[in-house]
Design a protein around this ligand. Structure first.
Ligand code: ATP
Ligand code: MG
Length: 631
C-alpha cells in the first residue's frame, strides 16, 4: 500500500486501522475494545485483550523457525561471539524465568537490569516479560548516583547486574557501582543477581544478598515456565529518559499496544521480514535497544545482532565486517557513531561485501548534512533519519521503506508514522503554522500504540510534563520544527534551547548548523549567555577536524562571518571558542545547559549523565584562556 493511504487511514479510522494491525501479533484472548479514550490524555489500546511480549518474541516462532538464528551477541571487547537460535533462546529465557521465580519475582514486581550488551540482558528482559514482571534496564555506563535514582523510583524486588562492562579495551567494574548505588538508595532491593563474566577477579560479594546467575541457571536448566497472560494495558516495562533537560522521567510502556507497534514498525518502517537480519548498534539501555535490538526484530521473527564495543575497535571496519558476515539487511545507528567513523578513512567501508545491506537508519539527535552526505556516499544505500523520543518507543517521524520509499531530504526525518496526528503550532496562539514557519511539534491525542501510557506512578507528572503546554490538550514534544510544502518535517532543536537576542528569538541549533558547515569544523555547540545590553548573546564552542591543520583564530573568524552572512547580524556569535571536546550525555546528546552555566560562571548542575568529565575541564580552560574570536 502507498504511504499516504496507509497513514491517512490510521488518522481517519484509527479503530479499523489498529484492529487490522493487531492481527500481526498473537492474542491469547482478543481485545474487546480497540481504543478507550474516555479519560484523555490517557488512552487505552486493545482493551480486554490478553497477550505476552515474550510469547510473541520467542514461543510463537518455534513452529516455523526454531533453528533460525534469533540473537547474535558480539563483543569486540572480549572477542566473544555467541549465537542463539530461536530454540536456544527459548530455553535460555525459560531458565532465566525459572531463576526469577525461584527468587520470588512475579507479576507486577519490578526488576532493574544493569547489564552491558550481553546476551543475558536480552534473556533477562524476556524472562521478566514472560512472568509479567516489569523490567527497567539502566544503561550500564551510568554511574552509581544515576542507578540509585532509578532504583528509588522503580523500587525493584531484584537487581540484575554484571561484574563488569568493557569499553575501548578497558574493564569497567560494575559491582562497586552497584554497591555504592545500593548504599545510596533509600529502598534498595534485598537481592542482587550477578552475571559474572569473569572480568573482575577482585569482585566482592555481600553474603545473603548477592547471588550468582551461573549456578542458579544450572539448577534451573531445562525447566519450562508458563507464560503469564497480561491485559493489554498492564505495564510491561519502565525506561527512564536520558535526563538531558532535568530529572529523568519513568516512561511506562504497556503490553499489547507496544507489541503491535513493534510488529508494525519492524516490517513497514525498518523493512525487516521474518528471517532477515537487523543490526542495531544501540545499547540495550536505550529506547532503540529495547525496541530494535530486542522486541521489534524478535516479534518480527528476524535475527538481531547485539554489539558490545566501539565502532573503531579492533579497527574501523568492524561494523561492516559484521554486515558482510551475517548478511545484515537493515542497520540502525546514531549520528554520533557515524561522526566517529567519519574521522577515519572511508576505505574501511569498501573492504567488505555490503550487497545485502539495504538501509541505514539513524536516530537520537539531529543528523547534520555533512555527516548524512558522507555516509550516503560511502555506503551507497539510502540513509534514513528518524525522529523519536524515549516516550514514543518507535519512530514518530520517518520514512517507511518497508511500505513505500519516499525521497529522502537531507535535514529531515521525513513524514509522520502511522497514528501520529502531528501538528506544528505557534507556541503562543496554539494555532497550526503555515508550511515553512517554525513552531512547536505536537501530537494530538490519542497517542498511537507503543507510546508511553503514563509516567511510572505519577499520572500528574505525565499530564503536566507533556500535555499542559497549550490550551488544547496536545502532547508537546518540546522540540521546534518546520514542515515544508511536501509535509516533510525538519527538527530545529529543543524548545528550551532558544535564546533571546535583543528581542529576537534564535534557535541554537540553527546557528550550530551554519557554524558546522565550515569545512574545518567537526562539531559545534551554541549557547546563549547573559548580556547587559542585548539580554542574551550566542557564543560558540567548536571542535575542529583532526588534521585539518587549520589556524584556530582564522577559522573562528570565518565561523562568525558565516553566521552573519546566513542568519544576519543579530545571530552573530559574540565569542567563538575552539575546544578539544564537547560535553555530551552517555547517549550522545549535547549538554547545553552545563555549557551555558559554565559560560555564565554558574554551577554546571547535575553532571551525572555526562559521558566524559574531561570535556568540561577543557571548556573551563578555554573560558579562562579567552575566546579565539570576539572578546
Ligand atoms: P530528557 O527528556 O530526559 O531531557 P532526552 O529528551 O534527551 O532526555 P530522549 O528521549 O533519549 O531523551 O531523546 C529524545 C530527543 O532527542 C528528542 O526530543 C529530540 O530532541 C532528539 N532527537 C531524537 N531523534 C532526532 C532526530 N532524528 N533529529 C533531531 N533530533 C532528534
Ligand atoms: Mg526528552
Amino acid at each position: 500500500m502507498r504511504y499516504e493511504a496507509f497513514y491517512q487511514q490510521s488518522i481517519d479510522e484509527p479503530e479499523q486501522f489498529w484492529a487490522a494491525q493487531a492481527r500481526l501479533i498473537h492474542w491469547e484472548s482478543p481485545p474487546q475494545q480497540i481504543l478507550d479514550q474516555s479519560n484523555p490524555p490517557f488512552r487505552r489500546w486493545f482493551v480486554g485483550g490478553t497477550t505476552n511480549l515474550c510469547y510473541n518474541a520467542v514461543d510463537r516462532h518455534l513452529v516455523e523457525r526454531a533453528e533460525q538464528l534469533a540473537l547474535v551477541a558480539i563483543s569486540s571487547e572480549t572477542d566473544v561471539t555467541r549465537e542463539f537460535s530461536y530454540r536456544e533462546l527459548y530455553w535460555e529465557v525459560n531458565a532465566f524465568a525459572a531463576v526469577l521465580r525461584s527468587l520470588d519475582v512475579g507479576k507486577g514486581d519490578r526488576v532493574v537490569i544493569y547489564l552491558p550488551n550481553v546476551a543475558e540482558a536480552v534473556f533477562a528482559m524476556l524472562a521478566c516479560a514472560r512472568i509479567g514482571a516489569i523490567h527497567s534496564v539502566v544503561f550500564g555506563g551510568f554511574a552509581a548516583h544515576n542507578l540509585a535514582l532509578r532504583i528509588d523510583d522503580a523500587q525493584p524486588k531484584l537487581l540484575i547486574a554484571a561484574d563488569s562492562g568493557m569499553r575501548g579495551g578497558k574493564v569497567i567494574p560494575y559491582k562497586p557501582l552497584v554497591d555504592a548505588a545500593l548504599n545510596e538508595a533509600s529502598a534498595p532491593p534485598s537481592q542482587v543477581l550477578i552475571v559474572d563474566r569473569g572480568l573482575d577477579p577482585q569482585m566482592t560479594r555481600v553474603a545473603g544478598r548477592d547471588l550468582d546467575y551461573a549456578g542458579l541457571r544450572r539448577a534451573h536448566e531445562g525447566v519450562e515456565v508458563p507464560v503469564v497472560w497480561l491485559e493489554s494495558n498492564e505495564p510491561s516495562y519502565l525506561l527512564y529518559t536520558s535526563g538531558t533537560t532535568g530529572k529523568p522521567k519513568g516512561v511506562q510502556r504497556d503490553v499489547g499496544g507496544y507489541a503491535v507497534a513493534m510488529a508494525l514498525s519492524i516490517r513497514t518502517v525498518f523493512d525487516i521480514a521474518p528471517g532477515q537480519v537487523m543490526f542495531s548498534t544501540s545499547d540495550v539501555g536505550w529506547a532503540v535497544g529495547h525496541s530494535y535490538n530486542v522486541y521489534g526484530p524478535l516479534i518480527g521473527g528476524a535475527t538481531s545482532l547485539l554489539y558490545e564495543g566501539t565502532p573503531t575497535r579492533p579497527d574501523p571496519g568492524i561494523w561492516w565486517q559484521l554486515c558482510e558476515r551475517y548478511g545484515v539487511h537493515t542497520m540502525f545507528s546514531s549520528p554520533t557513531a557515524i561522526r566517529v567513523l567519519k574521522k577515519q578513512d572511508a576505505s574501511w567501508l569498501k573492504k567488505y561485501d555490503l550487497s545485502a545491506l539495504k538501509w541505514l537508519f539513524l536516530a537520537g539527535e539531529p543528523l547534520d548534512e555533512p555527516t548524512a552526505q558522507w555516509i550516503t556516499d560511502a555506503l551507497g544505500v539510502p540513509v534514513i533519519d528518524n525522529y523519536w523520543q524515549t516516550e514514543t518507543g518507535w519512530p514518530a517521524i520517518t520514512l517507511m521503506p518497508g511500505l513505500e520509499l519516499k525521497p529522502t531530504k537531507f535535514g529531515s526525518p521525513g513524514l509522520p508514522a502511522p497514528g501520529y496526528k502531528m501538528k506544528v503550532i505557534d507556541e503562543n496562539t496554539g494555532k497550526e503554522v503555515a508550511a515553512g514557519v517554525k513552531g512547536v511539534l505536537v501530537f494530538q491525542p490519542p497517542l498511537p500504540p507503543g507510546c508511553l501510557s503514563t509516567v511510572w506512578r505519577d499520572d500528574d507528572r505525565y499530564v503536566h510534563s507533556y500535555f499542559s503546554h497549550f490550551r488544547e490538550l496536545l502532547y508537546s514534544s518540546l522540540d521546534w520544527a518546520i514542515r515544508d510544502e511536501d509535509g516533510y518535517t525538519f527538527i530545529l532543536g529543543r524548545t528550551d534551547d532558544v535564546i533571546n537576542v535583543a528581542g529576537h528569538r534564535l534557535g541554537t541549533r540553527e546557528i550550530e548548523e551554519v557554524v558546522a558547515s565550515h569545512p574545518s569544523v567537526a562539531e559545534a555547540a551554541v549557547v546563549g549567555v547573559r548580556d547587559e545590553l542585548k539580554g542574551q548573546v550566542p557564543i560558540v564552542f567548536a571542535m575542529l577536524k583532526q588534521n585539518a591543520g587549520a589556524d584556530a583564530g582564522a577559522v573562528a573568524l570565518a565561523m562568525q562571518q558565516r553566521v552573519v552572512d546566513q542568519l544576519g547580524g543579530v545571530a552573530k556569535p559574540s565569542r567563538v571558542y575552539v575546544v578539544n571536546a564537547l560535553p555530551k550525555t552517555r547517549s550522545g546528546k549535547l549538554l547545553r545547559r552545563s555549557l551555558q552555566a559554565l559560560a555564565e560562571q554558574r554551577d554546571p548542575g547535575d553532571l551525572s549523565t555526562l559521558d566524559d568529565p574531561v570535556a568540561l575541564d577543557d571548556i573551563r580552560r578555554a573560558l579562562e584562556r579567552g575566546p579565539d574570536q570576539g572578546s
